[in-house]
Ligand binder design. Structure first.
Ligand SMILES: [Zn+2]
Length: 477
């Protein structure tokens, strides 16, 4: 396919807006047109036979931690992005807590370090440091995709709260820059920690008590209040339970531009697992599912659109790192990029959700909200980022098949319906049958506020700036 002009023939195209039996013509890395199956092949196009398969937009995972530069024992870009490619994810947005981007210099440094390191396209995030809010406009202009803030000190990142949180919201409202907020109340989690330590607890059961649902609710309510007052485009990261998804929906109904991100661990893992498995289920906020009814309520919330978009929050540690430490000290987080799309594919093929909803929540909407133009859909002019799926196939998740340096998965042992057959980035095959190609073609994607993209628009080339979050109904343009 090196001539750059080909036609994918015989698949069913599935995207957020529906499915259709159409052939997809791709040229120079872009979708050119969709043709009826009976139409003759366009002149000069090479045929790619994809009969019996589904063709979806490449997934867009806007919350991953590939730890580079940062902690090469946990993850790096070649491994993390290989895991993405094999799972049908063609765009990631990354930040590393251990080596955060907090100013233009650290962004430029990180961007240079990552050249040629990624199998998939990638954007970068800046961490919000409470005493460095003045750096945000320059970072936005330099091309970060969004800002990440924590309302409680976590992973070595300081908490931003009170007047600083309001100042942050006013700043991102002014910039029209999305800000993803990890919302847990700093005072409540600190008090819970003191009590648990005083009781001498070192078991997995500390996690849901320490990182309580009250801590998440109090902080999320505060963040929602600040969003309402300032008009800031805020996204609450990894909302763990349906009651909070409903709270955020009410806020949008009242005009706030606040959205909810969710992750497969909140749809698939149960609270009791951390009690049994300790650090191997230590992530925060923790899993909240206690009953089949809780689980169904989360899937209903997902299907009804209360979840705006899905991400993996891929934050791996190796099994040794999870095993060989006190539960208090082991890193939060799970490996997830290998399994997010396969889990959602399985859920759709079992009827818990639909493939269209997966394409919406894990491709279209994250691309829109973070201004990743040309990603997440397969309309003429979009990047030809594709995932080819065999709906009759299956995949048994096994630790040895995980591409992340974690080399384990919380879902190992599960047999999933459907199989990711191949993944294409800008028209080129980057993975097939869970084997990644050696050449790393991933490119850096500047954010919506970057000067590079502003220059593109003024050059007269197609405007790639997407208006990000709209108010009231929570939909995006
Ligand atoms: Zn995260």
């Amino acid at each position: 396919m090196s001539d750059g002009h080909h036609i994918f023939r015989g698949a069913t195209i599935v995207a957020a807006d529906g499915r259709a039996d159409l052939d997809l013509e791709v040229r120079d890395g872009k979708v050119v047109a969709r043709h009826p199956r009976t139409a003759p092949a366009p002149t000069g196009a090479r045929e790619v036979d994809v009969r019996g398969h589904l063709l979806m937009p490449g997934m867009v995972d806007t919350h991953v931690h590939f730890m580079e530069p940062g902690d090469p024992t946990r993850e790096d870009f070649p491994s993390g992005s290989a895991a993405a490619a094999c799972a049908g994810v063609t765009t990631v947005v990354e930040h590393t807590h251990g080596r955060p981007v907090t100013d233009v210099e650290s962004l430029v440094e990180k961007r240079a370090a990552l050249a040629g390191r990624s199998h998939v396209d990638y954007g970068l995030v800046a961490h919000v440091w409470p005493d460095r809010l003045g750096d945000l406009p320059a970072l936005w202009g330099e091309g970060v995709v969004y800002f990440k803030a924590f309302t409680c000190a976590t992973h070595g990142v300081p908490a931003i709260k009170g007047e600083k949180l309001a100042e942050l919201a006013r700043t991102v409202a002014e910039l029209e820059a999305p800000c993803l907020v990890h919302s847990e109340d700093d005072a409540i989690t600190a008090a819970n920690e003191r009590a648990l330590r005083a009781a001498g607890r070192h078991d997995g059961g500390i996690v849901p008590v320490w990182r309580s649902v009250e801590a998440e609710r109090v902080s999320t309510s505060e963040v929602a209040g600040v969003a309402r007052e300032t008009g800031a485009p805020l996204i609450v990261a990894h909302v763990s339970n349906a009651a909070l998804l409903e709270l955020l929906a009410r806020e949008r109904g009242a005009g706030s531009r606040i959205l909810a991100e969710c992750c497969p661990q909140y749809l698939n893992l149960w609270e009791r697992e951390v009690v049994e498995l300790g650090a191997f289920r230590k992530f925060t906020p923790p899993a909240r599912i206690r009953s089949a009814a809780d689980e169904q309520r989360m899937w209903d919330a997902f299907n009804e659109g209360l979840v705006h978009h899905l991400s993996s929050d891929h934050a791996p540690s190796t099994a040794a790192q999870k095993r060989d430490g006190d539960i208090w000290d082991v890193h939060f987080g799970l490996p997830g990029i290998d399994t997010t799309m396969p889990l959602m594919l399985d859920a759709a093929l079992r009827g818990r959700t639909t493939l269209e909803r997966v394409a919406e929540a894990y491709a279209l909407r994250p691309a829109q909200v973070y201004g990743l133009a040309g990603k997440g859909s397969l309309n003429p002019g979009d990047d030809a980022d594709l995932v080819l799926i065999d709906p009759d196939g299956g995949w048994e998740v096994r630790d040895e098949d995980i591409h992340s340096l974690a080399r384990w998965s919380p879902y190992s042992g599960r047999t999933l319906r459907g199989r990711v057959v191949a993944t294409y980035l800008r028209g080129e095959e980057i993975a097939r049958d869970r084997i990644v190609r050696g050449d790393r073609r991933g490119e850096w994607l500047p954010g919506a506020g970057s000067r590079e993209r502003a220059a593109e628009v003024s050059d007269g080339r197609p405007a790639r700036l997407a208006k990000s979050i709209r108010g009231s109904d929570g939909n995006v343009d």
